[in-house]
Ligand binder design. Structure first.
Ligand SMILES: [Zn+2]
Length: 328
């Protein structure tokens, strides 16, 4: 198989998850084909997690391969440098209802708290936010373990958290150890380390139809919290989604660089021999690969393997694209 080379961007079948807090927004706003009438919370766009390996939909001659297959057979062409794990899990989320207040472990804490999983630093890019929706991100200044435990006992955890009403075009960087929650009608893209390690701290005093509440993991959650981190504020893309032509740097961290690009003329994102991922968030356009024209629409996710040459994206009017790349 080593004679196979990667010549075009790869596109994967989305993996859609029906979840109690989800809605229909992934279909209505992001063109995902929702398989049933249920509410859907997540579309896993690119995943090498043990629970789901993405399957290539387009990208000659790899259609039908999983990302795990590519990682095992052509890791250098894919990544540019060997790695045990694909670096990111990329999703769209429809937080129609409220997600629990939660926290994720970092690379070190996870080895104790959830052996076999990875640390989980993540970033959110808000695509749409209904009035009254809210993001909770980080502890209010001065909140320590004693304050938070007292708030847990009285069901008033929200008082301990920094919060704001998000706007489309906000990007939030949530390092592992940051307490967070989101809900009330928020559609977003998420780029995170390949991990599903989540500890639920508080579930808004909710019970299901049978009067049962969901399981919490309070001690493990408290063990992950970075008590010094404090409130998290968003970085905003000016004029999102249609604003000025140009690029906005959103996140720089050891796991990923995130940028938003808005352009009206043919534009090449994948410069240099590094892995790139692009999520189309605004407008439409196309690219040419393998002598075929491929259309681009909102909700499309592309993976540019490190080994391929520049592939210009051509807007039909304008294109707005969120990119993740490996830090240089
Ligand atoms: Zn999270």
């Amino acid at each position: 198989m080593n004679h196979l080379s990667l010549n075009s961007p790869l596109r994967f079948h989305p993996h859609l998850k029906a979840l109690v807090w989800g809605g229909r927004g992934l279909g209505e706003s992001l063109n995902k084909l929702l398989p049933t009438e249920a509410d859907y919370g997540e579309s896993w766009e690119i995943s090498d997690h043990d629970s789901h390996s993405s399957v290539v939909a387009h990208g000659h001659p790899f259609a039908g391969w999983t990302l795990r297959d590519l990682m095992q057979r052509i890791p250098d062409a894919l990544l540019g440098a060997p790695r045990e794990r694909f670096p990111w899990l990329v999703k769209f989320l429809d937080a129609h209802d409220w997600l629990s207040v939660q926290v994720h472990p970092d690379d070190r804490a996870v080895t104790q708290l959830w052996p076999g999983e990875g640390g989980k630093t993540e970033a959110w890019f808000i695509l749409d936010a209904r009035p009254g929706s809210r993001v909770y991100a980080g502890l209010m200044p001065g909140v320590d373990e004693r304050t938070l435990r007292a708030a847990l006992a009285t069901g008033r955890v929200a008082d301990c958290l920094h919060s704001f009403e998000p706007k489309a075009g906000d990007c939030l960087f949530l390092p592992a150890g940051t307490v967070h929650a989101v809900g009330g009608g928020i559609l977003m893209a998420e780029v995170q380390q390949t991990s599903d390690a989540t500890f639920r701290l508080f579930d808004w005093n909710r019970v299901d139809a049978n009067g049962k509440s969901r399981e919490l993991h309070i001690d493990k959650a408290l063990a992950c919290i970075d008590w010094d981190a404090g409130p998290v504020s968003p970085v905003r893309v000016p004029g999102y989604p249609a604003g000025e032509v140009g690029s906005t740097a959103l996140v720089r961290c050891r796991y990923f660089d995130l940028d938003y690009h808005h352009f009206r003329e043919s534009h090449t994102l994948n410069t240099g021999s590094v892995l790139w991922i692009a999520l189309v968030l605004h407008g439409r356009g196309h690219y040419d690969a393998d002598i075929v024209r491929h259309d681009l629409a909102v909700g499309d996710t592309l993976l540019f393997p490190a080994s391929i040459g520049p592939v210009p994206l051509v807007p039909d009017g304008a294109l707005g694209v969120l990119t993740a790349s490996l830090p240089q």
